[in-house]
Design a protein around this ligand. Structure first.
Ligand SMILES: Nc1ncnc2c1ncn2[C@@H]1O[C@H](COP(=O)(O)OP(=O)(O)OP(=O)(O)O)[C@@H](O)[C@H]1O
Ligand SMILES: [Mg+2]
Length: 373
């Protein structure tokens, strides 16, 4: 957003252009006008407006075409339509093309001032959001670099030296000293695990996941995910019911990360379900997408926690004894599912259990990839 907001007025009627300039003159704006769409579009690149007022009915290029071109050039430019034939249809049509608001002619000075002010406020917010998003991305990258170089490498060296030292001194240490060294090794191992978890959150790179998409079987993904939590479930005497569904279409995806996403949900289901509990996984196709539903009869999620459980580093009130809880599993899962153009949602009742549902776009049956193995 420019310090002095820039406004482009495109209208074939001189009287409208002049009255807009006159009405807006008291505010600190830079205003440029154009007599038709072609002239307006020519000015666009040089002028870089924050807001454009566009007449819908002009000779030559229509207002609709001009709006489309402006949005194509820079979707953050706020556009406001001015029109003599103020019909709801015209308003709806221009709004569909991303127009911010609508001003019927003739308009009162205050109406124009207000709509421009609101439009510029909107532009400010959009620019701020984009800047914040970029900053967050940069922060993420910097954090990853700091964590890996400044923390992980030296810690790895300490861990290595400690191994060597413990080995060299094995005969000389008292039992008490040995216990101390073991404690040190455990603490350092935990820290390395924690750093690796952080790095995993930061390094789930959506564009990289997308580069590697292949037709992938949901049955394979779920089977692999179940396999990785099975021993944990057996230890807690939790039954995992999963019926294969070979008639399901495949999805276009990255098998490794999809297995990771489902594993995270299953890990939670096991972690937050009491001994002797039950987990059920079902997969169905509906309306061009595949749903993977994972339900448990565990402790359930507190209503206050539900809006936050997919956020980075958020752990809810449910804290199982003796189990690690970094609060990143579902954040990673959500990012992976969204990279696959899918969605994830949850329903849960405290004390009764939780149901996670993932929707992924199905590949058409004709596109199915037949794995020669
Ligand atoms: N099936 C579930 N039943 C009850 N609570 C759950 C369930 N799944 C998630 N939660 C709640 O959501 C929170 C966030 O889950 P998430 O998997 O992101 O983190 P976590 O399990 O705490 O840690 P980790 O990073 O080790 O997975 C959990 O702390 C827990 O409170
Ligand atoms: Mg988890």
């Amino acid at each position: 957003m420019h310090e002095i907001p820039k406004i482009l007025i495109i209208d074939d009627e001189e009287i409208v252009r002049d009255s807009c300039i006159h009405i807006l003159a008291k505010s600190d704006y830079k205003i440029v006008t154009a007599r038709d769409g072609a002239e307006g579009l020519e000015i666009l690149e040089d002028f870089q407006p924050d807001l454009a007022l566009v007449d819908l009915k002009m000779p030559g290029l229509s207002g609709y075409e001009v709006l489309e071109k402006i949005h194509e050039y820079d979707p953050t430019i706020v556009t406001i339509v001015i029109t003599g034939f103020a019909t709801v249809d015209a308003a709806v049509e221009s709004m569909k093309k991303g127009t911010y608001d609508f001003l019927p002619k003739p308009f009162k000075p205050d109406e124009l001032r207000l709509i421009v002010q609101r439009g510029l406020e909107r532009r400010r917010m959009v620019i701020e959001t984009i800047t914040l998003r970029k900053e967050k991305e940069l922060l993420r990258e910097h954090f990853a670099a700091i964590v890996s170089h400044e923390l992980k490498s030296p810690l790895g060296a300490v861990q290595q030296n400690l191994f060597v030292l413990a080995d060299d001194l094995a005969d000389k240490l008292t039992d008490e000293q040995k216990t101390m060294v073991e404690r040190l090794q455990t603490r350092i191992k935990d820290m390395v695990t924690m750093i690796n978890t952080w790095l995993r959150v930061i390094s789930v790179d959506i564009s990289k996941i997308r580069e590697d998409f292949k037709p992938t079987s949901i049955d394979t993904i779920v089977t692999k995910a179940v396999g990785s939590v099975e021993s944990h479930a057996i230890r807690k005497d939790i039954a995992i019911k999963h019926k294969l569904n070979p008639s399901l279409p495949q999805v276009s995806g990255n098998e490794g990360t999809l297995v990771e996403a489902i594993t995270n949900i299953l890990n939670n289901a096991v972690k937050y379900t009491r001994v002797g509990g039950k987990i059920e996984i079902s997969t169905i196709k509906s309306n061009g997408s595949i749903s993977i539903n994972i339900t448990d009869n565990g402790v359930g999620i507190d209503e206050e926690d539900i809006p936050h459980i997919f956020n980075d580093f958020y752990s809810g009130k449910a804290r199982p004894e003796g189990e690690r809880s970094s609060g990143v599993g579902l954040a990673i899962t959500k990012r992976i599912i969204e990279a696959h153009d899918g969605t994830i949602s949850v329903e849960s009742t405290l004390g009764e259990g939780s149901a996670f549902s993932i929707q992924l776009p199905a590949l058409e049956m004709t596109n199915n990839f037949i794995d020669p193995d």
